[in-house]
Design a protein around this ligand. Structure first.
Ligand code: SF4
Ligand code: SF4
Length: 169
């Protein structure tokens, strides 16, 4: 892989992305990251480093960019104000634009489009909810409204396998 400043410059076009230029690779983000704690293959400091080195293709094909829980703890602790998790959203958007979506994420997207929920109501979840003193089932969202919004932003085309027009599959 060739080191290049091109991707760093591309990322720096936005208010979020330009914060990357202040990263000095201290690793504080990795130290607090819950995703790193359970999976050492996932390391936000290393993802930022890959942007700095210009490894765009590697990043847009890296399943790790989908492992961030978006807890935003890294934003809270970064001494340099680098918007790490926000930048990961940008990377995901770029990956989706070229059709790089992990199958489980694609399936989740299809589920949200069809039901308005990213987790289906099922007996296992109902049991856990009851145990926690919650109503057995999640409320039923207004799928029609959700689909209207998702179609407006071009979601079916991005996620593929979904109809451009019409209701549930
Ligand atoms: S905490 Fe901030 S400065 Fe330190 S490695 Fe992470 S992004 Fe870079
Ligand atoms: S937002 Fe993502 S990268 Fe940041 S600490 Fe949470 S899981 Fe880790």
């Amino acid at each position: 892989m060739m080191i290049s400043s091109a991707f760093r410059k591309e990322m720096s076009q936005t208010e979020i992305g330009k914060t990357i230029n202040y990263c000095y690779q201290c690793g504080t983000c990795a130290g607090i990251c819950p995703a790193f704690r359970v999976n050492s293959n996932y390391n936000p400091r290393r993802l930022v480093e890959d942007i700095l080195l210009g490894f765009k293709d590697k990043l847009l094909n890296d399943k790790n960019i989908w492992l961030c829980t978006t807890c935003h703890l890294c934003l809270e602790v970064c001494p340099q104000g680098v918007l790490v998790s926000e930048m990961l959203f940008d990377l995901r958007h770029m990956a989706v634009a070229i059709g790089n979506i992990p199958e489980n994420i694609r399936e989740e997207g299809v589920r949200v489009f069809n039901t308005g929920l990213n987790l289906p109501n099922n007996p296992a979840i109902a049991r856990r909810r009851t145990k926690m003193g919650l109503k057995e089932n999640l409320m039923t969202p207004n799928v029609e409204v959700i689909q209207t919004i998702l179609k407006e932003v071009g979601f079916p085309k991005l996620i593929e396998k979904l109809p451009e027009e019409g209701g549930n599959e």
